[in-house]
Design a protein around this ligand. Structure first.
Ligand SMILES: Nc1ncnc2c1ncn2[C@@H]1O[C@H](COP(=O)(O)OP(=O)(O)OP(=O)(O)O)[C@@H](O)[C@H]1O
Ligand SMILES: [Mg+2]
Length: 329
C-alpha cells in the first residue's frame, strides 16, 4: 500500500472574542492510500469542509492552520508550500469538488472554458488539444452529447449535469487525489447514485484516492473502504467500512446509524441524536459528545484519546477501555 496523503494533528483556528482563537478543526489525523476511498462523515458544523480546504491551504482569512499541523502529500510538505509551488499542487495533485456547485462554477463562462482552464494551466498543450481532453472528460463523467454541452453555460444544465461538470473540472489536471465535499447532497436519489457510480469508476480506472465527505452514512456502504467519523472538530471513530457497519462503537456513530432512513426492511422510526452540534467556539470540555451522549457517565474533564477497540478500529470514547477489557466490540 502506498500512502498518498498523511494528515497529522491538523488544527484550524478562527479569531474569537478578546484575542482568543477557537478551533473548528482540532487535532485531525488520517491517511489516504493510493486507490482507496476514505469517507469523512459527520453532522453539519463538525469541521469536514474546513478539513478538506486545509489540504490545499484554502482556509478563508482570518482563519489559519495552526503550527504543529502536518499535511504530507507523498514527499511534499504541503504546509511549507507558497505561491507557485502551491498552485502547482492545486488541481494537479489534489482535485477538489467543492461543496456548493453553483458558487464554484462561474456563470459567465462556458463549460469548455472552465474545464480547459485547468488543463491549460497545468499542461503545455494547444487550445485544440485541451478541448479534446475536455470532450473526453465529459464523456468519462457520463455527460451525453458532450460536444453540445461544452458550449453550454452552467445555468443551462440540470443539477446532476452541473455536478458532473464539477467532477470533470476536478479531474482535468489528472490529480492523484480527489476530494469530493458532499458531491451529491443537492441531488435526488437516482442522480446521487449515478454520480457516486461515476466517482467510483474513476477511482478504479485511474487508481486515484478519494476523500468522500458526507453527512450521510447511508451513501457510504459499498462506496468507501474506510470511514472516519467526525464530531466537534475531531475524528471520534475510524474503521474499515464493513467493520464500522458491523460494530459501530462510538455512541455518536451509533446515533448516526439510528438516524439513517432505511428504504428496505421493516419501517423504522428514526431516532435522531438529541440536541445539536455545539458552536465551534464552544466545544465542550472533556468528552465533546458527553452533553448529547445517551451512554455518558461521569468522567474527568480530560478529553478521551483515540483508543483501539479492534483491528484497525479506533474510537475517542471512555467506553473503549471497557470494550477492550470485556473483549466486546
Ligand atoms: N469562515 C469562517 N469563520 C468562522 N468560523 C467558521 C468559518 N467557516 C467555518 N467556521 C466554523 O467551523 C465550523 C465547521 O465548519 P465546516 O464548514 O468545516 O463544517 P462541515 O462539517 O463542513 O458542515 P456542513 O455539513 O454543514 O458542510 C462551523 O460550524 C463554524 O463554526
Ligand atoms: Mg461542509
Amino acid at each position: 500500500m502506498t500512502t498518498v496523503l498523511e494528515v497529522n494533528n491538523l488544527r484550524v483556528s478562527f479569531p474569537g472574542p478578546a484575542h482568543s482563537r477557537f478551533c473548528p478543526v482540532d487535532g485531525v489525523s488520517f491517511s489516504l492510500q493510493r486507490g482507496e476511498t476514505l469517507a469523512l462523515v459527520g453532522e453539519s458544523g463538525c469541521g469536514k469542509s474546513l478539513t478538506s480546504l486545509a489540504l490545499l491551504q484554502l482556509i478563508p482569512a482570518p482563519g489559519r492552520i495552526e503550527s504543529g499541523s502536518g499535511i504530507r502529500l507523498g514527499d511534499t510538505d504541503v504546509l511549507a508550500l507558497k505561491g507557485e509551488a502551491l498552485r502547482r499542487i492545486r488541481g494537479r495533485r489534489i482535485g477538489m469538488i467543492f461543496q456548493d456547485p453553483m458558487t464554484s462554477l462561474n456563470p459567465v463562462f462556458t463549460v469548455e472554458a472552465q474545464i480547459t482552464e485547468g488543463i491549460l494551466a497545468h499542461f503545455r498543450i494547444s487550445k485544440a488539444e485541451a478541448r479534446d481532453r475536455a470532450l473526453q472528460l465529459l464523456q468519462e463523467v457520463g455527460i451525453p452529447d458532450p460536444g453540445e454541452r461544452l458550449k453550454a453555460y452552467p445555468h443551462q444544465l440540470s443539477g446532476g449535469m452541473r455536478q458532473r461538470v464539477m467532477i470533470a473540472i476536478a479531474l482535468s489536471a489528472e490529480p492523484e487525489i480527489l476530494v469530493a465535499d458532499e458531491p451529491t447532497t443537492a441531488l435526488d436519489v437516482t442522480v446521487q447514485a449515478q454520480i457516486l457510480e461515476v466517482l467510483d469508476d474513476l477511482r478504479a480506472r485511474r487508481g486515484m484516492a478519494v476523500l468522500l465527505i458526507t453527512h450521510d452514512l447511508g451513501i457510504v456502504a459499498g462506496r468507501a473502504d474506510r470511514v472516519a467519523v467526525m464530531y466537534a472538530g475531531q475524528i471520534v471513530e475510524e474503521a474499515s467500512t464493513p467493520r464500522l457497519f458491523a460494530s459501530p462503537s462510538h455512541p455518536y456513530t451509533q446515533g448516526l446509524f439510528a438516524s439513517v432512513p432505511r428504504i428496505t426492511g421493516p419501517l423504522q422510526r428514526l431516532n435522531p441524536i438529541r440536541g445539536s452540534v455545539p458552536a465551534a467556539s464552544a466545544w465542550p470540555t472533556g468528552c465533546r459528545f458527553r452533553p448529547r451522549c445517551p451512554k455518558a457517565f461521569d468522567r474527568s474533564e480530560v478529553e478521551p484519546p483515540l483508543l483501539p477497540v479492534g483491528p484497525d478500529h479506533r474510537m475517542r470514547c471512555w467506553l473503549a477501555e471497557q470494550t477492550k477489557e470485556t473483549g466486546h466490540g
